[in-house]
Design a protein around this ligand. Sequence first.
Ligand SMILES: Cc1cc2nc3c(=O)[nH]c(=O)nc-3n(C[C@H](O)[C@H](O)[C@H](O)COP(=O)(O)OP(=O)(O)OC[C@H]3O[C@@H](n4cnc5c(N)ncnc54)[C@H](O)[C@@H]3O)c2cc1C
Length: 365
Amino acid sequence: MTSPFAVRRDEEHFVDAAQDLAPQFAAKADEHDHEATLPVANLQALHAAGLDMAAMPRDKGGSGLSYQALGEIFRIVGKACPATACVWMMHLGAAQALVSYGPSFYADELQAGKRFANALSEPTGGNLFLMPLQRAEPVADGYELDGAKRFVSGCEIADHYLVNALVDDIPAFFGVRRDDSVEMVPIWDSMGLRGTRSQLLNFRKTVLRSENRCLITDPLAPNIIALGLPWLSIGIAEAALDALTDHARKRVVPTTGAPVSDMQWVQFDAADAHVKLLAARTLAERAMWLADRAEPSALTAAVEAKLYANQVAKEIAEFGVRVGGGSGYLRSSPIQRHFRDAQAGALMAFSVEVCRDMLGKHVLG
Ligand SMILES: Cc1cc2nc3c(=O)[nH]c(=O)nc-3n(C[C@H](O)[C@H](O)[C@H](O)COP(=O)(O)OP(=O)(O)OC[C@H]3O[C@@H](n4cnc5c(N)ncnc54)[C@H](O)[C@@H]3O)c2cc1C
């Protein structure tokens, strides 16, 4: 019997397209991590495969891809190259907001291969990225922002930014075309997800044009980023489990003369990792299923899925470091990269702590 969360037949070709691209993404993942370079060719390949527009609403020229299929695609891309998945998710998330709630030219820009990024997090705002503290002051064409946003994944290749600021004391979203008033500050020498190049942006009296205002009625409504983030961690966790399994099978323990995989503690932890990954995936699939049906509980389900997937990715990646021993600690091993990459999901908003805070309060009333 097929899973109730299975990808629909008519959408399988989108998933297949991602599956076809995955080997070439995986082959370059270490290089992008080591050199901290943006995986530009991967992002262009995803666009060329039609996956940018696929995720947009039908009435805006997209294919209205279901969240269920999109999650599966994020998992595949995230497993192959998590930096690609992260930058692409931010690109699609910003595009979704601008295409759905902004002026009509944003759909044409996406179709033409232009790139989008989210400039929402503020240096002093941390996790509260939906509640900007910076004000934009009224000017002739709209509002002027003099401030900074940080950790803007893929900002260096972006043509358009989704930016928020306080306008008349209310959080407001705008599309901002990149121009000379936007200054990049290269802060991104990071522990993991190095290929995302999530730099700080200074907006120097940048005009947030009224005509590019994005009338998002409910910023907490299910969206690509909130629903996609669990899948990024699931992809990393799968890659970590594959890498440790490969090592455990091949590495012979000098003291026993048998492979690492023969030891009972490794088998026990492998069983736990397998089941936890299955559970994380089921929670993420459930969130997608609810979002595809526009169920109000989808966002809470996404928070539940993110919390668990982030934690499982960190646990499995840490198990990999134990199995890998000194060999896994070397840069030549993928095990250490998965460990570093696995930390990011838990930090990205809403962080694991913020998710626990939200859900804990919900549980306790
Ligand atoms: C790899 C990566 C890519 C990113 N890409 C983008 C992007 O493209 N665009 C963008 O706008 N942003 C991006 N971000 C920013 C991210 O989504 C968060 O908004 C940002 O990391 C949060 O700020 P902070 O890390 O300084 O944490 P802070 O919010 O300062 O948190 C510090 C600590 O306090 C905890 N904490 C904070 N608030 C609470 C609370 N209420 N209850 C309990 N604990 C709390 C946190 O869990 C954390 O442990 C990215 C971040 C990373 C790591």
